[in-house]
Design a protein around this ligand. Structure first.
Ligand code: EPU
Length: 417
């Protein structure tokens, strides 16, 4: 088990440079196999989730090389074979291979994907999209065999604007014959990043970033160069950290518009912040006001930022109410925050956070990626030493977190136990 030991209470100053977005990179890497030639993806974060996808590509026979922040994928040597369970279950995004392989070879065999344990994460909308395009789905004990003689463009209505289902519908339909329309599509910037990549390959996709995406199927896709957008969730996490423990902490190389739902909420709280064209500077602010927050699909408040934000809500004077509408079980950070001195009550899908609380270091556990981020923020703001267990979850999504925090003055050590 990997653990972090954090001596809190230090003032954090300087600049944190944000990496490429995990949730974009994990879609672009499988998408590269749709092309007939080599693609280069730049600004790929060096995290265990991107490693796991590169491993799947290599297992399938692709030539994959990484240099600095780029990954070069030559798919010409791929052999479409079953992706074994241990590779599928490493992460949620493995199921983008379901769509990419189906889209290219009209056949795929793999297992139900993995991912953080934050509540039920069905894939029914993805499977519905495959079936609408003409595929047959056979499932037994979480093993899927999906095939089609021909994929034919169609109208797909998603019951909820699922990021994963939108990406899978795009990947599966991009080479289908005729037009596919995805209604109630997810509008997240990661979907747009993927559509830009596929269009550069020669796809014909319009409307990405809106709730209706139109795809005119094409026969051939050629490899190209593309770039992963900055990680808005990593950015948001460190912007929150600035408000907890920063002195003009600069979060750089970002698209501030992608986290406007967060910065607007932080302004409501009274956080001292400066928003530039590609950076945000925040400082620890006293007399924070409580707020109400409800998670929603983009451009609403991102569920991935609600747990990190909770650490800041503990420092507001009064009761904040935070409602989680996307996942059933995304409050596993709460008992640990309470152990650190917070006063938070869970009320079904809502939490009431009453502050201001003095946080004190103790032993806590990162139950999932963003819960871990929340506890690390709380630990950096707390008095004394916090030990965060199971930080493998955090390393899946935050590139060089120890180095980045050390560089701005944090006392943080990663250990194996
Ligand atoms: N849903 C269904 N059926 C489906 C798909 C989704 O019922 O077929 C439901 C889920 O149960 C969940 C909700 O819809 O309640 C959201 O699921 P969605 O498909 O949008 O999530 P995802 O694609 O599995 C991605 C990110 C998540 C992020 C959500 C935000 C990746 C690899 N994961 O997940 O990221 O929270 O979008 O909607 O892109 C994270 O980075 O910490 C993380 C969990």
């Amino acid at each position: 088990m990997k653990v972090l030991e954090i001596n809190g209470g230090k003032t954090l100053e300087g600049t944190i440079r944000i990496s490429g977005a995990k949730n974009s990179a994990v879609a672009l890497i499988p998408a590269a196999l749709l092309a007939d030639t080599t693609s280069t993806i730049c600004n790929v974060p060096d995290i265990t989730d991107t490693d796991a996808l590169a491993e799947i590509l290599k297992y399938l026979g692709a030539k994959v090389s990484r240099a600095s922040e780029s990954i070069v994928i030559n798919p010409t040597t791929i052999e479409n074979k079953e992706i074994p369970k241990e590779l599928s279950t490493k992460l949620r995004a493995s199921y983008y291979f379901m769509a990419a392989l189906l889209g290219k070879y009209k056949y795929v065999e793999m297992y139900f994907p993995g991912g953080c344990n934050i509540g039920a994460r069905p894939i029914d909308q993805t499977l519905k999209s495959f079936k609408a395009l003409g595929a047959t789905v056979e499932e037994k004990d979480n093993h899927y065999k999906i095939y089609a003689e021909k994929l034919v463009g169609t109208h797909i209505y998603l019951d909820m604007p699922s990021v994963g289902a939108t990406i899978n519908a795009l990947l599966a339909s991009v080479k289908a014959s005729g037009e596919t329309v995805i209604e109630n599509a997810a509008k997240e910037p990661e979907v747009v990043n993927l559509a830009v990549f596929l269009n550069r390959m020669g796809a014909n996709i319009t409307g990405a970033g809106t709730s209706e995406i139109r795809i005119q199927g094409v026969d051939k896709l050629e490899g190209c160069n593309t770039e992963v957008i900055p990680d808005r969730i990593e950015a948001g996490t460190y912007v929150i950290l600035g408000a907890l423990a920063g002195n003009k902490l600069k979060v750089d190389n970002i698209i501030p518009e992608h986290i406007e739902m967060l910065t607007l909420k932080m302004k409501e709280m009274g956080v001292d912040m400066e928003i530039g064209s590609d950076y945000i500077i925040t400082s620890k602010t006293d007399n924070l006001k409580p707020i109400t927050v409800k998670t929603q699909g983009y451009p609403g408040f991102a569920t991935d930022l609600q747990q990190p934000l909770t650490s800041l809500l503990t420092q507001a004077n009064g009761t904040s109410v935070l409602e989680e509408t996307i996942y059933e079980n995304r409050f596993q950070n709460v008992p640990y925050l309470n152990k650190m001195g917070a006063n938070i009550e869970i009320d079904n899908r809502k939490i009431n956070v009453t502050g201001k609380s003095e946080l004190v270091g103790c032993e806590v556990t990162a139950t999932d990626l963003r819960a871990g981020a929340c506890l690390i923020l709380a630990a950096l703001a707390a008095k004394g030493t916090t030990k965060v267990n199971d930080v493998e979850h955090v390393l899946r999504g935050y590139e060089n977190i120890v180095e980045k925090l050390t560089d701005v003055g944090a006392s943080i050590t990663l250990k194996d136990e």
